[in-house]
Design a protein around this ligand. Structure first.
Ligand code: HSE
Length: 444
């Protein structure tokens, strides 16, 4: 069978990894796919660099639209990123009847509904394994391997930059700003690391996992997003002393009322495997009703790990090219005509309706009755306390200090009730600083 012809849009880190792995493993990949996979064209603004990477193996052009216009190209691999030109090119490639492979989580999380609809109308595939957790085949696992299950929840460390920063803060007792600079020096964080540290990148990935786990449309606009910029090494240390590690988790959970979709720092029991995922590594835990809890671990970024996911998609497309679209795995795991109705039955819940437990750190005046007032306000809001620890005032504020930290762990509580109680506690004259509130996930 004729090799499938691929056009790459962008040959940076992931594109060059894709080219090299396809060359190195071409024989094994051909045996798996049943036909060869050839990168025939590469479009990149830096044509000189692109030519250095591919040599004579592929035609290099400066204009991505030349690739899309070439009738010999079967699949367009979009590795440009972002919502702008990438969106236009993906839609043009679909309109030209090309299959699309993309690593662009931002694009699919925000414009996925439009893109998957266009692809369905044209009968082409849009594959995106590389968009979530890099080399970990989590899309394959959710869409196919776990297809028997009613999935209950998914929780993942799905941003390597922030996991590296949190690991360093814990190991070395350093503050966020210091470690961020180190992450940038080592090339983990982008020069503008906003999407990583503010949780947006993780929320894009969580949005995609939420859609394929529960059969609902992609709804990034409804995700709750909170990053790690306000975390202090003090809270990381206190959490550690209580048997927890702080991780930036992307969480999506099915409840009776709807779907939780949220990214924020979370205390996770140190005994859980996912709590021990360190450095820039990623991991995703999926709980299905039949299989129970499963864990997926690996590199969430980087040249060849991400290329591994891109090429897996190319192999799927090489096998399914020319097949009846009705016989393919649906783009979002569930048949497209069922998504909207499921989305109405399972709306994404506002954060006030999310139920979770909490770690609270409250800086208080070290005097009689302070703890009693705080616990009364929590009790009045129906919030049950799991543990209370009071630090030594000397340890917190130095010798002779009359301030101290109260650490309170709660049982599961509706976030709206917690917001109300915290507003009241914050108003007490004996509460001396903004309260730190970090959500806690037992993941059991
Ligand atoms: N910036 C991402 C991370 C990598 O740090 O995990 C690609 O999604």
């Amino acid at each position: 069978m004729k090799p499938i012809q691929v056009g790459l849009l962008g040959i940076g880190t992931v594109g060059s990894g894709t080219f090299h792995v396809l060359q190195r493993n071409q024989e094994e990949i051909r045996r798996r796919a049943g036909r060869g996979i050839e990168i025939a064209m590469v479009a990149d603004l830096d044509t000189t660099r692109a030519k250095q990477i591919v040599g004579d193996a592929a035609k290099v052009v400066g204009d991505a639209r030349e690739v899309i216009a070439n009738p010999d190209i079967d699949v367009v691999v979009e590795l440009i990123g972002g919502y702008g030109i990438a969106k236009a090119l993906v839609l043009e490639a679909i309109a030209a009847g090309k299959h699309v492979v993309t690593a662009n989580k931002a694009l699919l999380a925000v414009h996925g509904t439009e893109i998957f609809k266009a692809a369905a109308e044209k009968g082409v595939m849009v594959a995106y394994e590389a968009a979530v957790a890099g080399g970990i085949p989590i899309i394959k696992a959710l869409r196919e391997g776990l297809t028997a299950n009613s999935i209950q929840w998914v929780a993942g460390i799905i941003n390597g930059t922030t996991n590296f920063i949190l690991s360093e803060m814990r190991d070395k007792g350093l503050d966020f700003d210091v470690v961020l600079k180190e992450a940038q020096r080592l090339g983990y964080a982008e020069a503008d690391p906003t999407f990583d540290i503010e949780g947006v990148d993780a929320a894009h990935k969580a949005t995609l996992m939420s859609a394929i786990a529960f059969g609902i449309p992609v709804q990034f606009d409804k995700a709750y997003v909170e990053g790690i910029t306000k975390l202090t090494s003090t809270d990381i240390k206190y959490a550690e002393q209580l048997g927890y590690r702080i991780k930036l988790l992307g969480i999506t959970k099915r409840t009776d009322k709807g779907v939780e979709l949220r990214v924020h720092p979370s205390l996770v029991p140190t005994k859980r495997l996912i709590a021990n995922v360190e450095g820039a590594m990623n991991a995703v835990v999926v709980h299905g009703d039949a299989v129970g809890t499963t864990l997926y671990y690996g590199k969430g970024a980087g040249s060849e790990p991400t290329a591994s996911a891109v090429i897996a998609d190319l192999v799927d497309i090489a096998r399914m090219d020319g097949s009846d679209p009705a016989h393919r795995v649906p783009a979002l795991a569930f048949q497209a005509n069922t998504l909207a109705a499921a989305g109405n039955e399972l709306p994404v819940l506002p954060m006030a309706d999310v139920v979770t437990s909490y770690y609270l750190r409250i800086r208080v005046a070290d005097e009689a009755g302070v703890l009693a007032k705080i616990t009364t306000l929590l009790a009045n809001a129906g919030i049950s306390i799991d543990a209370v620890i009071q630090r030594e005032a000397d340890e917190v504020g130095g010798e002779g200090s009359n301030q101290t930290d109260l650490i309170i762990l709660t049982h599961d509580t509706r976030e709206g009730d917690m917001d109300k109680a915290l507003a009241e506690i914050q108003g007490l004259p004996t509460v001396l600083a903004p309260i730190t509130r970090i959500r806690k996930e037992e993941l059991n």
